[in-house]
Design a binder for this molecule. Structure first.
Ligand code: SAH
Length: 373
C-alpha cells in the first residue's frame, strides 16, 4: 500500500472486537498472528471478506492500481518465463491475492504479443473475498476468453507447469512479534488494555518455546522487536516444493526487508491513513513487511532456485520501464504525459515504492536466470 495521510475517522467498536474481548477474558491473550488472521480473514467480519479495500475509494492503493505499466511489465516477465519453460501446451497461471484483478488484466493485455500464452494458460486466482472474486471475474471477462477458476488456497492448485505471481499478498499473512526484555525474549500478545474494556498489547508470561527462530537475546538490544511469519515461511516452502517437482517460477513482490532482523513493521491503514493496529478490527487493513531472507531460506532449504530480492525500481527498469514509458507517452497531450510519468515515478522511484518494495523469484532449479534478476 502507499500514501498514508491524515484521517478524521475515529475508532468504533466492532462485532469482531467484542467477540475477541470475550474470548480473551475467557481464555487469555492471543498471538498477533491469530489477531491478524481474524481481523483480515474472518468469514463474516474480516477486513478482506467485507470491505472494499483497494483503490481511491478504499483504504490503500497498489502498484497495478497506480499505473498500467506495472502489470504490462509483469506480463512481459511472465511471457518470457513461459518461453523459458519451452512454451508448454498447457500451464497453470496462479495469482495469489489478485485484488480487483487489475494486475492480471494488464498481464493478459501485454501477453497478446504471444497469443499462445493466453490460449495455453489456465488461470487460478487464490482469493478469500467473495466480492473481490466477483470483481476479478468481471474485469477479466472484459479482457477476452480465458480459462479461469478460483481457489481458497495455493495448496489446492493443480499440478503441472506453473507460473505464480503475488503482489502485496505476503504482507497480509499473519506474523508473530517478540520483544527483547530485560530477562530475554517475550512474545508480544493481544490481551486487554489497562481498564479491561478494549484490546491492548501485553507480554507473554513465559519465554517463547526454544524452537522459535529468534536470534540470541544477548546479541540484541533491549526493546528490539523481532517478527516471524510462520504462514509466509510455510507458503514459500509449499511453492518451492511445487517448483522443485514441476517446472515453473514464482514472482513475489512486496514491501519487505532484505535481511531478517529487528524492526516493528506491523501497521494498519484505513482511508489512506495510518490507523492503530488494535482499533476497530475488521475495518482496517493490517500488514507487516515481508522477511525476504526467511522466504528465500525456506525456498532454498526445499531445493528450489532463488533469485533476488531486488528493489522494485530496478526490477521494472530491467524489464524496460523507460522504453515503455516513452512509447506510452508518444503523441499524448502534455497533461496525459505528466500523469503517466507520475504513475511510473510512484512505483519505481527510490523515494516512493521503488526501493522499499522488492521482487523475489523462486524458480524450478533447472531453469535459467529469470528476466530482470
Ligand atoms: N495483488 C493485488 C491486491 C493486494 S491486497 C494488488 O496488487 O492490487 C491483498 C489481496 O489478497 C486481496 O485480494 C485479498 O483479498 C487477498 N487475501 C488476503 N489474505 C488472503 C488469504 N489468506 N487467502 C486468500 N486471499 C487473501
Amino acid at each position: 500500500m502507499s500514501d498514508a495521510a491524515d484521517t478524521r475517522m475515529t475508532p468504533e467498536t466492532t462485532p469482531l472486537e467484542e467477540r475477541l474481548i470475550r474470548l480473551i477474558k475467557a481464555n487469555g491473550p492471543i498471538t498477533i498472528a491469530d489477531y491478524m488472521a481474524d481481523a483480515l480473514g474472518h468469514p463474516h467480519d474480516g477486513y478482506y471478506t467485507t470491505r472494499n479495500a483497494i483503490g481511491a475509494e478504499g483504504d490503500f492503493t497498489t502498484a497495478p492500481e497506480i499505473t498500467q505499466i506495472f502489470g504490462e511489465l509483469v506480463g512481459l516477465w511472465l511471457v518470457q518465463s513461459w518461453i523459458d519453460l519451452g512454451e508448454p501446451a498447457a500451464f497453470n497461471l496462479i495469482e495469489l491475492g489478485p485484488g480487483r484483478g487489475v494486475l492480471m488484466a494488464d498481464v493478459m493485455r501485454a501477453a497478446r504479443l504471444r497469443p499462445d500464452f493466453a490460449r495455453t494458460a489456465h488461470l487460478y486466482l487464490v482469493e478469500a473475498s467473495g466480492r473481490l472474486r466477483h470483481e476479478q471475474q468481471q474485469r477479466l471477462a472484459a479482457v477476452g476468453s480465458l480459462k479461469l477458476d478460483w481457489l481458497d488456497s495455493f495448496d489446492d492448485a493443480p499440478e503441472g507447469p506453473c507460473l505464480i505471481v503475488a503482489n502485496e499478498f505476503f504482507d497480509c499473512l499473519p506474523i508473530r512479534q517478540f520483544v527483547r526484555r530485560d530477562t530475554g525474549w517475550r512474545e508480544q500478545l493481544v490481551g486487554l488494555n489497562d481498564d479491561q474494556t478494549g484490546l491492548g498489547f501485553i507480554d507473554a508470561a513465559a519465554p517463547p518455546l526454544p524452537e522459535t527462530p529468534l536470534p540470541d537475546a544477548a546479541a540484541v538490544e533491549r526493546g528490539c522487536v523481532y517478527e516471524v511469519s510462520e504462514e509466509a515461511d510455510t507458503l514459500a516452502r509449499t511453492i518451492a516444493r511445487r517448483l522443485k517437482d514441476h517446472p515453473g517460477r514464482a514472482l513475489i513482490i512486496d514491501y519487505g526487508r532484505l535481511q531478517s532482523g529487528a524492526g516493528d513493521t506491523l501497521q494498519a491503514v484505513r482511508g489512506h491513513a495510518f490507523w492503530p493496529v488494535l482499533a476497530s478490527p475488521g475495518r482496517a487493513d493490517i500488514t507487516a513487511h515481508v522477511d525476504f531472507e526467511a522466504i528465500a531460506n525456506a525456498a532454498i532449504e526445499t531445493g528450489a532456485g532463488v533469485f533476488g530480492p531486488i528493489p522494485q525500481g530496478a526490477f521494472l527498469e530491467n524489464l524496460g520501464l523507460s522504453a515503455r514509458l516513452e512509447r506510452l507517452c508518444a503523441g499524448k497531450a502534455p497533461k496525459v504525459q505528466a500523469e503517466i510519468h507520475a504513475g511510473a515515478h510512484r512505483v519505481a522511484a527510490p523515494s516512493q515504492m521503488g526501493e522499499i518494495v522488492k521482487a523475489l523469484c523462486i524458480s524450478a532449479p533447472q531453469l535459467p536466470r529469470p528476466p530482470a534478476f
